[in-house]
Design a protein around this ligand. Structure first.
Ligand SMILES: [Fe+2]
Length: 372
């Protein structure tokens, strides 16, 4: 039957809740409760948007009675200043407590880990069942990547797979892309050069949350894909090089994309290791190709280069890399806020397609699948 309330005590301007599982002492202020009243007058039943006029609620709002009802499933409050009655679901109150905040369970990895275990799901199942779709997104959350095997090697199938999750993100490069580099033309515009480990969109305030890469055809040599768990590198640096780690959490690095033909100059800044207020790592951003000129005092400049060099030495270390030539059929989905990607130089013909998805759209999909 899920979480239930055992008791409620009124204590001045707040109530204290205790729960059937023994947990106790959670405080909810009466002002907060009135602000979160789920009645149709206070919370729009269709839009789930707040209708109550928050700032007309008196700060010293009082309750006439508080009670637990329906075997602990409901907290009922009768308000003192009007006839309004609020009835809160115990499950709703439990869901906002910090302890139940969904913290992604991450498994950090390196070359050795990915030798024995690579997260994969089958294309057929993902397209047919929500359970498999949920499994795919949960594996992507846990590992920062997951390969959908057996994906038909067409742009249409790849796009449909992405759209099973969310709408495709548009950028200055367009939406879904399908790219052929053919060095038989010896055209340097179609580069086949090596690209070192990086994340995309360091010049975007909201760097793409997820990226899919699907190689539709390859006929040549080289061109292996490389992925690195940026969170694993952060964890090692935090432990073994705390000063360099701290610097990379503090100094904002600016990425830029300059395209004169399209009259575009994008810029955004954030630390390489972006932490939230609780000090938890939320995003890794690194693209040395796109780093904009910066100015810092000389000693800080030296320290920053030193820290960047250390980070680069980790992400370029084969011991940290998952290396694989993604064959047609292997649609690679990865978390661009966590995993760095790279590519070896290659010779020959390669056709690659893919797209970006926004962070919040993928999280939304997973949240709904979990709630279902
Ligand atoms: Fe990239």
């Amino acid at each position: 039957m899920g979480i239930a309330l055992r008791d409620v005590k009124l204590a001045g301007r707040h109530v204290e809740l205790s729960w059937s599982d023994g947990r106790a002492g959670d405080q909810f202020s009466l002002l907060w409760l009135k602000d979160h009243c789920p009645s149709p007058e206070c919370l729009h039943p269709d839009t789930r948007q707040r209708q109550v006029d928050t700032f007309s609620i008196p700060e010293d709002i009082a309750a006439r009675t508080v009670a637990v009802e329906e075997n602990g499933r409901v907290l009922k409050i009768e308000w003192a200043d009007d006839a309004h009655v609020s009835r809160f679901d115990a499950a709703f109150l439990a869901s906002v407590l910090p302890a139940s905040r969904a913290v992604p369970q991450r498994i950090l990895w390196d070359a050795a880990t990915t030798e024995s275990q690579v997260p994969t799901v089958a294309h057929e199942s993902v397209m047919a069942s929500d359970a498999a779709l949920k499994q795919w997104l949960e594996l992507t959350e846990t590992y920062g990547f997951c390969i959908v095997t057996g994906t038909p090697a067409t742009p249409e199938a790849t796009q449909a797979l992405l759209e099973r999750v969310a709408y495709i993100r548009h950028t200055i490069f367009g939406g879904f892309w399908d790219f052929t580099a053919n060095m038989e033309h010896k055209d340097t515009a179609y580069t086949t050069l090596a690209i070192g480990p990086h994340t995309d969109g360091t010049y975007s305030f909201d760097a793409p949350g997820y990226q899919m890469l699907h190689c539709l055809a390859f006929n040549g040599t080289g061109g292996e894909n490389v992925f690195v768990d940026g969170f694993k590198v952060a964890e090692i640096m935090r432990r073994e090089h705390p000063e360099e780690y701290r610097l990379l959490t503090m100094i904002e690095i600016t990425g830029q994309y300059v395209d004169n033909d399209r009259n575009v100059h994008l810029q955004a800044s954030r630390p390489l290791f972006r932490l939230n207020k609780a000090g938890e790592l939320v995003q890794v951003s690194y693209n040395n190709y796109d780093r904009a000129p910066f100015y810092l005092p000389a000693d800080e400049t030296a320290a920053l280069y030193c820290a960047l060099k250390l980070f680069a030495s980790y992400v370029n270390d084969p011991k940290m890399q998952y290396r694989r030539r993604l064959a047609p059929g292997d649609a690679m989905m990865f978390d661009n806020w966590r995993a760095l990607h790279a590519r070896d130089a290659y010779q020959g013909y390669r056709r690659l397609c893919g797209a970006y998805l926004n962070k919040e759209d993928v999280e939304s999909r997973l949240r709904r699948l979990r709630a279902a």
